[in-house]
Design a protein around this ligand. Structure first.
Ligand code: HEM
Length: 327
């Protein structure tokens, strides 16, 4: 989560007055400039994933081709592969920025390799990069649809590519009927929840903080979308296991953040003890903590049992009846 504007952790509201902490009025433009090295690294990671996926497609070991045999040509389907690569770098950056946010808002680690200010800056720049990567992932998927629909006129191709990608409910085939709106939900929530930081002095630091914590929903939707729809994690093989495993540190950090938030005002306390927290409010907060604990247990159960929702890879040649599902 993005850092807040408070001067310390005494639980008081952030001062909004001009001149109190001018350094906290971090301009979007400044952060965009600071995000350049981060975004460059993300592009390099995307390129590496793209090469990896292309080589696998070329060598006949691609899970995507096992699911959709017609895609057995990396030169034709390069935009689809690039979309997948941006999806992976987007998810990796989302993972990183969520971990940084939870480190900042949860119990303070005894020792950090870098200062809190540096962590905050990384959190902001990685958030911006994540949004760009998510958008690039969707845009390349749209571009691939435009390229693919050769039988239509250009206007129809552009409209289909746009609507199938960006209009919720438009895509009407297979698992995509659910998985695409989930991805769209993640993308459309990420943008306002991430960018509200830059207008927090207008909407108030408390409103911003309350809204920004829902950014975890963006992350959950992104992972759900990937597990549901990613052909490279379609089968119950190591990539899917790694994806599940990567969620453990996030879930543990989320649980710790809820149990021991850095802001004292957010601590749970005994029911009815804390001023301003009604019993229903306390119950909701306690239920949130219990749900986070259940997620940690659930993730452990998935990883240990191997019941991770992955399908069985068909024996070659791949001729499964649902072979073209994720298209
Ligand atoms: C408008 C929103 C979105 C659309 C239309 C979309 C579309 C797609 C499609 C069609 C696939 C299947 C690709 C395959 O064959 O594997 C996919 C997979 C994936 N998506 Fe999205 N997505 C959207 C949002 C997101 C977001 C917000 C994330 C988060 C970073 C994300 C991350 C991924 C990942 C990691 C995969 C797996 C790719 C693979 O298996 O290689 N997507 N998405």
């Amino acid at each position: 989560m993005l850092p807040d504007a408070r001067p310390d952790d005494d639980g008081t509201a952030a001062p909004a007055g001009p001149g109190r902490r001018p350094a906290d009025r971090v301009a979007l433009r400044g952060d965009l400039r600071a995000a350049v090295p981060d975004a460059t690294a993300a592009v390099a990671v995307t390129a590496a994933v793209f090469v990896f996926l292309s080589v696998r497609m070329g060598s006949g070991t691609s899970a995507t081709v096992a699911v959709m045999p017609f895609m057995d040509d990396p030169d034709t389907y390069w935009m689809y592969l690039l979309s997948q690569a941006f999806g992976w770098s987007g998810l990796l950056w989302a993972w990183g920025t969520v971990v940084l946010g939870l480190l900042l808002s949860g119990p303070r680690p005894a020792r950090l390799p870098v200062s809190r200010q540096v962590l905050e800056r990384w959190h902001r720049t990685t958030s911006l990069t994540t949004m760009a990567l998510m958008f690039a992932h969707a845009l390349l998927f749209a571009a691939e649809l435009v390229r693919y629909e050769v039988q239509l006129t250009w206007a129809q191709r552009l409209w289909t590519g746009f609507a199938d990608t960006f209009v919720p409910g438009w895509y009407d085939s297979g698992t995509g009927r659910l998985a695409i709106p989930i991805g769209q939900g993640a993308l459309y929530l990420a943008i306002p929840l991430g960018l509200l930081f830059y207008v927090r002095h207008r909407i108030g630091a408390n409103t911003w903080r309350r809204l920004h914590r829902f950014v975890i929903v963006v992350y959950v939707l992104s992972v759900w979308h990937t597990l549901l729809y990613g052909t490279n994690v379609w089968y119950g093989e190591w990539p899917r296991t790694v994806l599940w495993l990567l969620q453990l540190p996030v879930a543990v950090l989320l649980l710790l953040r809820l149990l021991r938030p850095s802001r004292r005002a957010e601590r749970l306390g005994a029911p009815g003890r804390r001023e301003g927290v009604s019993l229903p409010g306390w119950t909701v907060r306690a239920a949130g903590r219990a749900a986070a604990a259940a997620v940690v247990v659930g993730l452990l159960a998935v990883v240990v049992s191997g019941h991770d929702g992955g399908r069985e890879r068909p024996a070659p040649p791949a001729t499964s009846p649902n072979a073209q599902e994720p298209e």
